[in-house]
Design a protein around this ligand. Structure first.
Ligand code: CTP
Length: 401
């Protein structure tokens, strides 16, 4: 998602984690956002405002009565401009002030004048974070509709280990994107499968495929950003599950089948991006298979087709979407799967096409429904995921017209 035309205000308070906001500001600017940083006086002890000015190209604001500024009546003008306001790191002090509506500096005055989504990322020592007063203040902010990015656990600057660590800039970046994304899927339950399955031969070997899970994780993330309640059933990958998504880790096709069956009935939309193994070793050896002279043959048996099971057991109104990866006869083969598995649509891609396939950040796909075909150009997997839900929602709207 490009952030062109979006104005993001970052409120930085006095915590050692303030330095991490430089990297967040840079990530947002790279996505073409217009970023203004407001610092409390204490924050300037940890990081110099010039750092933020260099990164954002905008003046970094500290004092409410700075005459030398681009906006007229600064805090109000900036508040009107803001599309999202993130306070990070948020000290116990700024949380308390915000919870009471106090406005005694540039950060808190602007915050009070803002009507856009507001996010807080608390950062402090565990003893302060766990203090019931701080927790009550956080609860109050939530009650006012503000988003809280929960503090992480870890090694803190004071030498203690515990809760109170500000999450990494990547997590804050995701929170900003979520705040900016229209919630056109809220109330919907979405199940996504992703990654490869592993079919065990013996205690040291398995049969699998090249799937990395990138496409499925992008699909789960897109639905979550748009407000859906998302469950991600994932084979073994190296990816970090998107925050705010319920992730169910599985290993084999049989594990995936039972996880999906357990969740299926409650879902409005199911997207099967997983590269489920079609075959598994008929026998799993208890001990390591030792090499011998001559060839070795392994007998394989079929795994259950999860998508076909979903098609046969679907709930009224449920949308089922499969993925189809081919090296030839893409359309004929994909259309055949659509019919055979009794599903609503399939996302077809050709492994041989440049920019499509395993492990890439891009994909070239065609959406295939019984009565509609949409060919998409080369897009990032994030964009493909968004287009997929646009397609599903649009078809749903036309059906209920
Ligand atoms: N799928 C599934 N269960 C399986 C195998 C595949 O649910 N045991 C799903 C995949 O997640 C994907 C779709 O079915 O959404 C792919 O269809 P499939 O016919 O299995 O594709 P291929 O294995 O590529 O087909 P073929 O072997 O016929 O080329």
């Amino acid at each position: 998602m490009l952030l062109k035309g979006k104005h993001i205000v970052l409120g930085v308070t006095g915590s050692i984690a303030a330095y991490k906001i430089a990297s967040l500001a840079s990530m947002l600017v790279k996505k073409q956002a217009d970023v203004t940083v407001i610092m409390t006086k204490n924050a300037t002890n940890f990081i110099n405002p010039i750092t933020f000015e260099a990164l954002t190209g905008n003046k970094c604001l500290v004092d409410t009565f700075d005459r030398n500024f681009q906006f007229h009546v600064e805090h109000v003008a900036l508040a009107k401009l803001a599309d999202v306001f993130l306070v990070a790191p948020a000290s116990a002090n700024v949380i308390a002030k915000a919870a009471c509506g106090l406005a005694d500096d540039m950060l808190t005055t602007t915050l009070l004048a803002c009507r856009c989504p507001k996010i807080f990322a608390p950062a402090m020592n565990t003893r302060m974070y766990e203090n019931p007063i701080v927790q009550d203040n956080i609860k109050r902010l939530r009650g006012y509709g503000m988003e809280i990015v929960d503090a992480a656990e870890g090694y803190l600057a004071c030498g203690d280990t515990g809760a109170g660590k500000m999450p990494e800039p990547e997590v804050l970046f995701e929170a900003v994107i979520k705040a900016l994304t229209p919630k056109d899927m809220s109330g919907k339950k979405v199940l996504v499968t992703a990654g490869p399955t592993r079919e065990k031969m013996d205690p040291v070997r398995f049969i699998s495929n090249h799937s990395t899970g990138k496409m499925g994780y992008a699909v789960a993330r897109a639905a979550m950003m748009r407000g859906a309640d998302v469950t991600l059933v994932s084979g073994v990958t190296t990816l970090q599950p998107p925050a705010g998504v319920k992730t169910v880790p599985v290993v084999s096709a049989a594990d995936m089948a039972s996880a999906v069956k357990g969740e299926a009935d409650a879902q409005d939309i199911v997207v099967m991006t997983a590269a489920v193994a079609d075959y598994r070793p008929a026998v799993t050896a208890d001990e390591k298979i030792k090499k011998k002279d001559g060839e070795l043959s392994v007998e394989l048996e079929r795994t259950e087709d999860i998508l076909a099971w979903l098609g046969a057991n679907r709930r009224e109104g449920q949308v089922l979407c499969g993925f189809s990866m081919e090296t030839e006869h893409l359309m004929e083969n994909s259309r055949a799967k659509l019919e055979k598995k009794n599903i609503d649509m399939i996302v077809a891609n050709n492994l041989r096409q440049e920019g499509a396939g395993f492990g890439t950040d891009t994909n070239v796909v065609t959406f295939l429904a019984k009565d509609e075909t949409v060919e998409l150009p080369l897009l990032s997997k994030e964009e493909v995921a968004d287009r997929l839900f646009d397609f599903i929602l649009e078809r749903e709207k036309n059906r209920t017209k």
